[in-house]
Design a protein around this ligand. Structure first.
Ligand code: ZN
Length: 187
């Protein structure tokens, strides 16, 4: 938990007043407290250590085939507007003697999502973390996100989806490997 709970609450009160609200009306009495709590959660990724996320769930396994976890829901906040972007992440890798517990992959996605982000960097950070942790033959991450900062402000079409990808190792070198991954995640 952040040490700055009280400060987050008072900042929220100030923000409410600045946008023209009456902070004493019923519905808003507890809002600063709720917002502080929510932001504590949204920013957990700054205070989470990758070793605690992985928690030794790395196993020696002589598996050579592609491992894919698809449709991982993510929620993050755009660093330009502090407004949510969210969608799905698909993560694949080609192991080289080491595998990671499958449930750890969504937790890695969460860890990097719970910070202010741009989707491009979020995608890279997930891929690089898996690369560093497992030293596999390759890693692929594709993310598809809806950005409320675009949709709410009417800049883009309402149904536009931003797609970003990071391809490392074999996924970058081989069109065939990349195509296999893309076909798995598009099913
Ligand atoms: Zn934005």
């Amino acid at each position: 938990m952040t040490n700055n709970y009280d400060k987050l609450e008072s900042l929220t009160s100030e923000l409410l007043q600045l946008i023209g609200e009456d902070i004493n009306r019923d519905g808003l009495i507890k809002t600063p407290m709720r917002v502080a709590k929510a932001w504590d959660y949204f920013s957990q990724g700054y205070r989470t250590k990758i070793d605690d996320v992985i928690n030794n769930a790395i196993f020696t396994e002589n598996c050579k085939d592609m491992i894919v976890v698809r449709d991982i829901e993510f929620f993050s906040l755009c660093e330009h507007h502090m407004i949510p972007f969210f969608g799905r992440a698909h993560v694949g890798y080609l192991p080289d003697g080491k595998i990671i517990g499958l449930s750890k992959i969504p937790r890695i996605v969460d860890m990097f999502s719970r910070r202010l982000q741009v989707q491009e960097r979020l995608t890279d950070e997930i891929a690089n973390t898996i690369q560093k942790t497992l030293n596999p033959i390759g890693v692929a991450v594709v993310m598809e996100g809806r950005h409320l900062c675009m949709q709410m402000r009417g800049v883009e079409k309402q149904n536009s989806l931003a797609s970003t990808s990071a391809m490392l190792g074999q996924f970058r070198k081989s069109a065939e490997t990349r195509a296999e991954f893309l076909s798995i995640i598009s099913k």
